[in-house]
Ligand binder design. Structure first.
Ligand code: AMP
Ligand code: MG
Length: 276
């Protein structure tokens, strides 16, 4: 199944998240059944990224959004795990600092956009400024409502500069979120992730859903599409995300750069002795 086609939000299309099953898992029945395919995509991803890095003609920006415990950190680990860390950067966006608040909302984001040859992953992003900011009235509607157009213009600038943009909205159910919080509480290695605000934010679930739906409708564009990734099953999430990234990178028609030196000349000059 082609998940890029299946899960993309068509530009301008109205999204109703309640109609999208967060437990969807395509044609695979289990983690074990999906594992070989996912492994093959990850292997391919590693090779594609190596060429992207060598060629320095394109860059890739991956944007991750989703409610707490939706799996943003998991996707970062998964995708980066397949790549050479030298060509990747992950940026997590938290509450803006006082200095950042003194600038336009894209100021802190733009400097983390990937340079040619690089992959950048945003763990949360400029979209927080139409999500948490909207849900909690951190800015008036007159301010945040203009931001969709600003975001589209910003992403067009990046795309026109050689950046391929993929945006993944990780969609889990409210029950799955509670279950994941509980697992975090019970697991000494993951307790640190739990905060009071996680539970408080659950009360705003419906407001977030509305904000997500508007974000998906208004900011999925041909050059920077949104994908809604059903994420109750982590293994399906990983499969879908890695397949979509692979397909996009294949579409870049990446090529190993030609050597900048005359190889024959170098061979003759430095390797003659070893040949003889
Ligand atoms: P975490 O990703 O769990 O480390 O949490 C980061 C927190 O920062 C989340 O609660 C986000 O909603 C919040 N955050 C990120 N960007 C913004 C923003 N532009 N304005 C306000 N809060 C933000
Ligand atoms: Mg959190």
């Amino acid at each position: 199944m082609n998940y890029a086609r299946e899960l993309i939000v068509a530009p301008g299309h109205k999204v109703k998240l309640k109609d999208i099953d967060p437990g969807f898992h395509g044609r695979h029945e289990s983690s074990d059944a999906a594992a070989p395919e996912t492994a093959a995509y990850l292997e391919k991803l590693g090779r594609l990224q190596y060429t992207l890095y060598a060629e320095r003609a394109h860059s890739l920006l991956i944007v991750l959004q989703g409610i707490d415990a939706a799996g943003k950190d998991g996707v970062c680990r998964h995708v980066i795990g397949a790549m050479n860390p030298q060509g990747c950067a992950v940026t997590g966006f938290k509450q803006p600092t006082a200095e950042e608040r003194g600038h336009d909302f894209l100021w802190r984001v733009h400097r983390h956009a990937p340079e040619l040859g690089q992959v950048a992953i945003f763990n949360r992003s400029h979209y927080e400024d139409v999500l948490v900011v909207r849900v909690h009235d951190l800015a008036p509607k007159e301010t945040w409502s203009l931001r969709y157009d600003h975001i589209n213009a910003f992403e067009k600038l990046l795309a026109d500069s050689g950046t391929t943009i993929l945006k993944f909205f990780l969609w889990i159910s409210k029950e799955e979120q509670l279950e994941r919080f509980k697992q975090r509480l019970d697991d000494p290695a993951r307790r640190w992730k739990i905060s009071d605000s996680d539970y408080k934010e659950r009360e705003y679930w419906d407001d977030y859903v509305k904000a997500y739906e508007d974000m998906l409708e208004r900011c999925s564009t041909d050059r920077a599409p949104w994908y809604v990734i059903p994420s109750n099953h982590k293994w399906f999430r990983n499969l879908a995300v890695s397949q979509i990234i692979c397909e996009a990178m294949e579409g870049m028609k990446l090529q190993m750069p030609k050597p900048t030196v005359d190889l024959d000349q170098i061979r003759k000059a430095y390797h003659k002795a070893s040949k003889e």
